[in-house]
Design a protein around this ligand. Sequence first.
Ligand code: DX5
Ligand code: ZN
Length: 216
Amino acid sequence: MNPLLIAPSILASDFRRLGEEIARAESAGADWLHMDIMDGHFVDNISFGPAFVAAARKCATRPLDVHLMVSRPDHFYPRFTESARNITVHLEAQHDVAATLAGIRAAGCTAGLAIRPATPLEGALPHLPQLDLLLVMTVEPGFGGQEFIPATLSKIEAAARFRADHGLTFRIQVDGGITPATAPPAVAHGADTLVAGTSLFRAERMDQAIAALRTS
Ligand code: DX5
Ligand code: ZN
């Protein structure tokens, strides 16, 4: 079993004070720092890009987990390999998924594959032996602060069953609407890597909020 990792999502931080926000998350107990890249095309929002992630890398001591919500992840992932530990791309984007995952690994990062709430797990199955992390989106990608979608729990469970049946060890990450109330069912169904933006950065005490996620 993979140890539980907590990844605060920088999207919910105060961008005016990126370095301080990263230090705050790290001293509160963050394992990874999750960074959402949005291109205004794959999702209806634009967030930040490689220069911002490189700036975060200079402040951070924990690994950066880059989530590419872009239409052409094959074109853009090389711009993040210097800064990131893990790079996750979407199954639904326009690219040769196997080639992108292989390229990310060849560049020295771990490779993740994400699926939207409406995307069945089946399309991801052929890739699971070649990846390090499966991201089951628990909200529609594009914005922080949305409500967890409970229907995604059965997908988490099916992914965990596939992982056990095939002797695989990839992480199962959940992202969107993760709080002390929604983390326990996600973990009970097989999630081991929790991304949380609003519930951590807007908490009065981030250390307590992270501890609450850890008791899931
Ligand atoms: C949504 C992003 C998430 C987002 C999560 O598209 O992928 O990482 O920051 O934010 P919360 O935890 O507020 O739902
Ligand atoms: Zn994300």
